[in-house]
Write a protein that binds this ligand. Structure first.
Ligand code: ZN
Length: 198
């Protein structure tokens, strides 16, 4: 394989990554070309390792390196509350606030008719199963404050409330249309503390 061919292959792969345009791909590729072999090997190994070691928690679908994630395994957590989020990165955002000590449930997306994602494509069945066999008093819905997030929240409220479990939603104050992961910790922490029943 020629040098140009190898470089092009790296540029193509880097260019596929989210948030990396052709210019950034070039910058990273040339950086790696000039870096020593050991540094490049560490990056390649970290990528392979995360793919081999990290999978989804069998209980809440957060990222985990064991059968259950570190939060589900933590005996100090309040096991009577579940905070429902769209993606594992939302768990990280809420954890960073330090305002919440319960468990989580990651849906793996939100209801979006445009993208043909309905309730059955998400981990909602598993959530309802947890409400059946875990002693849960409150479900806090923390989907993003946009149309899909709100649609998902009202679907969940309609489905869960008849089971006799309290359902709440993060307080307003989060930027509408934004993503939880970009909310600052103070605002997100306040939205959790001031959550309201729906
Ligand atoms: Zn878990």
């Amino acid at each position: 394989m020629s040098a140009n061919h190898s470089l092009q292959k790296l540029l193509d792969e880097l260019g596929r990554l989210p948030g990396i345009g052709p210019k950034s791909a070039q910058r990273i590729a040339y950086y790696l070309l000039e870096a020593d072999a050991e540094e490049a090997r560490r990056l390649a190994e970290a990528i392979l390792e995360v793919k081999q070691e990290v999978h989804f928690c069998s209980r809440c679908f957060n990222y985990a390196t064991a059968d259950e994630c570190s939060i589900c395994q933590d005996p100090m957590r309040d096991t009577t509350r579940i905070c429902v989020v769209g993606e594992p990165r939302d768990v990280q955002a809420i954890e960073r606030t330090g305002s919440y000590h319960g468990l989580y449930h990651v849906l793996g997306g939100v209801i979006s008719p445009m993208d043909k994602i309905g309730p059955e494509q998400l981990h909602i069945r598993e959530l309802l199963a947890r409400l059946g066999h875990e002693d849960i008093h409150e479900v806090i819905i923390a989907t993003n404050p946009n149309i899909e997030g709100e649609t998902t929240a009202s679907y969940l409220a309609r489905t869960i409330k008849p089971l006799g479990v309290e359902v709440s939603r993060l307080a307003s104050g989060l930027p509408v249309g934004g993503d939880l992961e970009y909310a600052d910790e103070l605002t997100l922490g306040r939205a959790i503390e001031a959550r309201r029943a729906i």
